[in-house]
Design a protein around this ligand. Sequence first.
Ligand code: FES
Length: 118
Amino acid sequence: MIPELSETVRNLNIGNYRWHLFLCADQTKPLCCDKAESIVAWDYLKRRVKDLETVASVFRTKANCLRVCQQGPILLVYPGGYWYRNANPEVIERVLQEHLLGGKPVEEFLFATNALSE
Ligand code: FES
């Protein structure tokens, strides 16, 4: 592999993380929620993922739009393909604590699932 790419893979812990979270935030066209609200949610997610890095290996991705465009911010959690609505900091914290750490999805804010097939 190209050395620079190998270093990036190592630095980002790609290949070892357990979860991948996508959050609709800082959108070009903020349709699902107020843009400022989405940035607050994204900043919160970034901070908490860092806080929890010793107990939960989480990769995070800021998505410009997850195409749901209502009741956002929209949060998508893999593995499992869990789609959450209204992902403000309080909901994000519940997803981190109850779903990722506790193994129980937060049904109250879950609106769809798609585990994808192999
Ligand atoms: S703008 Fe958030 S899902 Fe489209």
